[in-house]
Design a protein around this ligand. Structure first.
Ligand code: TRP
Length: 535
């Protein structure tokens, strides 16, 4: 790594990386999405499938992203052109394939999808693998623009809870509070936009001080605080009479609810919650020291993330069920059901529980949002020669402006006489949902599995799993090359005179997963999402 690239900072050590990466991965995905997905998909049975998916896809992919970033020692655009020639006969063949896919979509009456694929084919033919790096710069900006809106909602809820405006105890009451926020009606529009901008300003403030002095320092303070606050809520929830009903709903396996759809849901959830498939871990990996153990770091981040998700469920469901809100485990959970349940908790401390919960949600969201700034910022720094300061300001500005559209996209446009009709006809004439929903669907259904797939293929086949393994070995202390049976049994190679290198090792398993298991599973998930196959 050259000094010029080092100058954008590096982690102070393995712990700094671990907490920053955990800060990125622990977010709305854990506290808002995971609990209700689990509740709706068979409780403990879903958790089991999810853990399997994390093991099969999450661990190998996270290791690949970090290794790719550290080996390249640079931003995603360089990472995807340094490990192998950016353009080759393979990229030409691939753009042909994408073109074919576009034609197929055209035949199957999906012109919008076809246009996207045609554009992609052209990009790929001209830029080669750099296209992937470019996407790592653009997609986080899109994701952050609506992530920031939800971040703003958490701020509004904290503020409203403190001033006593969130005292509702029924779902109808919650509807009256959340509805105007969601649709930016009844005079709530300015507050929603202001909150989103404040949230983005917080991210800017953290990110602008650099990787070590900003991102790492804040994650080191905020992540322990998050776990501590979560413990407070868990103790409160579990000591409520009737709490065990909630625990049962969350964790008791109901295998009758399992289907192939569950597996696909688990794949999407795993990618989102682990911040994979967008070059985040890749960028974080490039600030990582060569002496750090990548495999251990990846497993550590994933363990923390999963732990946080299960903790969130244990904090949420006992309170929800103890207060009699049994059937409401959907996406509404966080912003409607939970505050109502907290307000009903005996002792009249509803405000306190609500403030603690939305503080947790905000902390989780901020540290994740900050990580979304990192790939575009590192690309602007490395490819356009911008200073970190300017890059952070520019990216935050773009996200904030896009975010305003998101925040207002579900607005009741009839409020704007004249112009409202026009906006409505332009927007809803072209897209089935709001701007917000379109961006969310685009990022999570299309880009995450696709970029995850390409990252796995690139590392496994183009860079080559054997070279990638060499990167992992640095700082890896040989554990990757030990025979798995030897590890499990506690023997050493000398015990049986076995050659420990060429047997069944974690490193070999990793290569196989990266080349075959991850791509196949992600491709299936992607085809399912775009409706090409239905399970
Ligand atoms: N992982 C975060 C969450 O659980 C969200 C997030 C941050 C993310 N960076 C990402 C999701 C990159 C996908 C890709 O909320």
């Amino acid at each position: 790594m050259t000094n010029e690239e080092r100058s954008n900072g590096s982690w102070s050590g393995q712990l700094g990386f671990l907490l920053a990466a955990a800060g990125s991965s622990i977010g709305l995905g854990n506290i808002w999405r995971f609990p209700y997905m689990t509740g709706m998909n068979g409780g403990g049975a879903f958790v089991l499938i999810y853990l399997l998916v994390v093991l099969l896809i999450g661990v190998p992919l996270m290791m690949a992203e970090i290794a790719l970033g550290r080996a390249a020692g640079s931003n995603p655009v360089k990472a995807f052109s340094r490990m192998a020639p950016a353009k080759s006969s393979r990229t030409a063949a691939l753009s042909g394939l994408i073109l074919g896919g576009g034609i197929l979509l055209l035949i199957f009456n999906n012109p919008a999808g076809a246009v996207i694929l045609f554009l992609l084919a052209v990009l790929f033919a001209t830029l080669g693998w750099k296209t992937v790096g470019l996407f790592c710069g653009i997609v986080p900006v899109i994701l952050l623009s609506y992530y920031g809106v939800i971040g703003g909602w958490t701020l509004i809820y904290i503020f409203d809870s403190i001033r006593g405006a969130n005292g509702f105890t029924t779902i109808e009451g919650a509807e009256k509070v959340m509805g105007p926020i969601l649709h930016a009606t009844e005079g709530r529009g300015p507050a929603v936009v202001a909150a989103q901008l404040i949230f983005m300003a917080l991210c800017l403030g953290i990110s602008i001080s650099g990787v070590r002095k900003g991102v790492e320092r804040w994650c080191k303070m905020l992540m322990p605080l998050l776990f501590l606050l979560m413990c407070v809520l868990i103790v409160r929830g579990l000591t409520l009479p009737g709490a065990e009903k909630g625990l049962r709903f969350f964790l008791q396996p109901d295998f009758s609810k399992l289907s192939t759809g569950t597996v696909i849901a688990a794949v999407g959830q795993a990618l989102f919650t682990l911040s994979l498939g967008m070059g985040i871990m890749l960028t974080y990996g490039c600030y990582l020291d060569r002496s750090a153990n990548i495999a251990k770091a990846a497993v550590g981040v994933i363990a923390l993330d999963t732990f946080a998700a299960v903790m969130a469920g244990v904090a949420i469901f006992p309170a929800v069920f103890a207060m009699g809100f049994s059937e409401s485990g959907g996406p509404d959970l966080t912003f409607k059901v939970l505050p109502a349940a907290f307000n009903l908790v005996p002792g009249g401390l509803g405000i306190l529980w609500n403030v603690i919960f939305f503080l947790i949600l905000m902390i989780a969201a901020v540290t994740s949002a900050v990580s979304l700034l990192e790939p575009p910022v590192s690309i602007l720094e490395g490819e356009c020669g911008m200073s970190r300061r300017n890059a952070v300001v520019l990216v935050t500005l773009v996200c904030s402006v896009l975010g305003i559209f998101c925040a207002l996209s579900m607005a009741d446009w009839n409020q704007l006489p004249g112009a409202g009709k026009l906006i409505k006809s332009i927007w809803y004439g072209t897209a089935p949902g709001s701007f917000f929903e379109t961006l969310d669907g685009f990022c999570c259904n299309w880009i995450l599995p696709l970029l995850g797939l390409v990252t796995a293929l690139y590392t496994g086949w183009v860079w080559g799993s054997r070279y990638a393994l060499m990167e992992l070995r640095e700082g890896g202390k040989g554990a990757l090359d030990n025979n798995i049976w030897l590890i499990i049994s506690g023997f050493d190679a000398e015990d049986g005179g076995m050659d420990r290198r060429y047997l069944f090792t974690p490193g070999i398993l990793w290569g196989a997963a990266l080349r075959w298991i991850v791509p196949i599973l992600l491709l299936l998930a992607f085809f399912n999402c775009i409706g090409l196959i239905r399970f």
